[in-house]
Design a protein around this ligand. Sequence first.
Ligand SMILES: O=C1C[C@@](O)(C(=O)O)C[C@@H](O)[C@@H]1O
Length: 575
Amino acid sequence: MGSTAGAFKNSAMVCAPLMARSVEQMVIDMHSAKAQGADVVEVRLDYIHDFQPGQDLETIIRNKPLPVIIVYRPKWEGGQYEGDEHKRLEALRLAHDLGADYIDFELKVASELIGELENKHRNGGKVIVSSYLNGATPSKEKLGDLVASMQATGADMIKVVSNADDITEMERIFYLLSHCEVPAVAYSVGERGLISQLLCPKFGGALVYGSMEGNSIPGLPTLDSLKEAYKVNCIDSDTKVFGLVSKPVSHSKGPLLHNPTLRHANFNGIYVPMFVDDLKKFFDVYASPDFAGYSVGFPYKEAVVQFCDEVHPLAKSIGAVNTIIRRPGDGKLIGYNTDCEGSITAIEDALRDQKYVNGRSLNSPLAGKQFVVVGAGGAGRAIAVGARSRGARLIVFDIDLERAKCLARAVSGEARHFESLEHFHPENGAILANATPIGMHPSTERIPAAEETLGNYQLVFDAVYTPRKTRLLKDAAAAGAITVSGVEMFLRQAIGQFNLFTGREGISSISPFYQYFRSSSKLVQCIENLIVCNNIVSVLSSMIEMTSVLSLSAYSSEGLHAEDCSSQILICCTI
Ligand SMILES: O=C1C[C@@](O)(C(=O)O)C[C@@H](O)[C@@H]1O
């Protein structure tokens, strides 16, 4: 795909589709949408019960606080309206006459209706010609033909909506947006299509759709996330795209963390969730310099290694990559692993904080310890290799014994079948690390190990970070173990990714800052202040040069709290 982006740079409007059942509620929703940051609202007449065109349209148009798009979608185009077609078209004509800013005509009826409007005089209201494709996004050629026929109707704006089967279809949508001669809206619904919404301003799209708080529409980002987290109005054709390649992907807090941080660092970039089904297809299609780097999540951390042109030695020794950068000079994909340091330093610091000093080595509190890793996938490999590098003795559990054996060989450890974990009795002072998705939303009641054995561990770490306090961590804390949340690992690996994305520093640059603040009495003071006043922004701003505090406050409203503040400070200090 070429790196050409659209000509309507930065002109996209954020649009809230409204589907209230009554006109009164529609008016209330128009005002709420404005308060939530919408630039324009799309009023779906087909959702209004007992719709009376004459009076209801007047009420809507007289009370509109924002430009309004009037849509009266029939069943035959995926809408709710089943009545007489003549009456439907009459209502649309009336909306135009009453001064609606935009009227949406389906392609099938557009030529005739636009012709009529041309014959009367047009009153300034614009016409959007829309086409809802039943199924996947067609080829570029077919889309091109469709767009040509839509433009030929005399549309002021065109709108194409598809149902994506695969994220790679979005490349055709971006091509459409950047090559259309009139303002265009094009997107796919659903998780696989989300990037068509988020990246549409980069490619010249005219509208980005967002749902209102409490009125979420499946597959649409919220107005708030568009305005606050993604700041879609700041995107232009030069914006570099970073994405989380994963499946599932919607649980990730990465966008909430990386987007404000990129902005704070004045880096023209956006970080988006990418629901990927087929890695090869994905990397083949998104090969332009616009797509500058990726986080790699479950289940692809190992599989993605083969798609990297070069792999950093640490990632190679782990056999898993969680960060990919497209090297600016030659476009090659370079793979890294920031999970390893992220998880191991989180565990080490928790042990040090508990004033545990290992008898045999002062270098790492993990030296000589029995270290139980559950899950031999990408995250498990990073944790196991990291623990081994600190001198721990590994036992690897997995439902696939061969996979466990393979990792055990790499770290000179033992392999066991997952089922035997229930009866496993660890040594005194052992560490347990869960590197499986067990306990992650939505199956939050599950734990990977038997509850009765948790008290035998000195420390229990969970790589799952949604929810922040997993059931495993709660049970382990109740049993007296030190617990380390996946949030710690998440934040630390994200710092490494951020440095790589922005080309600032290498992954190893995390520790000097952290070392400084960890040993500093200021940190203790700061933690106490944070816990007392719980105001991260004010405490940190008085203490260190302000950095990405914005991202932290955004994140804290999503479930990050003062208790996680060692990493919050870490993040602030490294950016
Ligand atoms: O483990 C994680 C977390 C992550 O998957 C996420 O949920 O954002 C992103 C990965 O790159 C990282 O290694």
